[in-house]
Design a protein around this ligand. Structure first.
Ligand code: ATP
Length: 262
């Protein structure tokens, strides 16, 4: 069966010279949550930009590979064309209109229809109803994220792309948001691709995970398996490797040496 989103051997170059990602392949099956994790500069945002059509605004282009949505090639389409096809991005920054109220933000995004109404968004995030008249710029980081997800849902996504949902948020807020996202995905059968530096948080709700490093996918598997894999744990989930900021490749080498020296 074809996955909803398929990325095959993707290569992206910035400013016509700098290759940011190379040979990146991933699949996002319908109704699933897939996590794309990795450290700073690994190429996660670039992959998201390629899928959502936002490369040209960064002077970047796809130089190789293919992206398909339900089997149809979508390489090089503009963001508004992709949004119409249901590919909706919650970006890393500038996700809400700060000078509009919460309800104005929702109304602006809103194409209510089917199962997704502002009423339903209020059901998921009651705080957005309570803060309806407040300017979005005065919301906390977690509240802005709720509003951004609400706005994205009102765009009626087939595929929801979320870039760094947990950035700058307290652990308890991250946990609540992740659980809410999992509930929303289940209830609406919504397909989600989640880009995160916080691998633990993302993998805890994902079905499948991909680990990126230096522009390539270095690891992939079921999220539950990645969570227990010794190398992934050591580097990404709070082991010694993470503290020393080693790369996944460094750890492989270190393990090999350790075996060699006994
Ligand atoms: P972060 O979590 O820091 O955003 P990331 O995994 O999302 O990291 P990218 O932002 O995709 O990584 O960066 C991948 C590579 O592309 C890096 O080498 C980065 O310097 C480069 N890059 C990213 N954005 C641009 C840009 N607008 N112009 C030029 N190079 C860029």
């Amino acid at each position: 069966m074809t996955a909803l989103l398929e990325v095959r051997q993707l290569e992206v170059v910035y400013n016509r010279v700098a290759t940011a990602i190379q040979g990146v392949s991933l699949e996002v099956p319908e109704g699933s949550i897939v996590a794309l994790v990795g450290t700073n500069g690994a190429g996660k945002t670039t992959t998201m930009r390629a899928i959502s059509g936002f490369l040209p605004s960064e002077d970047a282009e796809i130089t190789d590979g293919e992206i398909t949505l339900r089997g149809e090639r979508i390489n090089g389409r503009m963001p508004h064309q992709l949004a119409k096809a249901g590919v909706i991005l919650v970006p890393e920054r500038d996700k809400v209109f700060s000078t509009l109220s919460v309800q104005e933000n929702l109304a602006f995004a809103g194409r209510e229809g089917g199962a997704i109404t502002i009423e339903r968004i209020h059901g998921y995030f009651p705080l957005l109803r309570e803060r309806g008249t407040q300017l979005a710029g005065y919301l906390s980081g977690g509240e802005k994220q709720m509003l951004a997800i609400g706005m994205a849902l009102l765009c009626r996504p087939t595929l929801l792309l979320i870039d760094e949902m947990s950035m700058g948020l307290a652990p308890i807020v991250i946990k609540d948001l992740m659980e809410k996202l999992q509930q929303i995905s289940r209830e609406l059968n919504l397909t989600v691709l989640l880009v995160e530096q916080n691998a633990k948080a993302a993998l805890s709700i994902a079905d499948h995970g991909y680990v990126m490093e230096s522009g390539r996918v270095v690891f992939t598997g079921k999220a539950a398996e990645l969570m227990t894999h010794p190398d992934v744990r050591e580097f990404y989930l709070g082991g010694a490797g993470q503290a020393e900021n080693k790369s996944y490749r460094d750890i492989k080498q270190y393990r090999r040496k350790r075996r060699w020296w006994g």
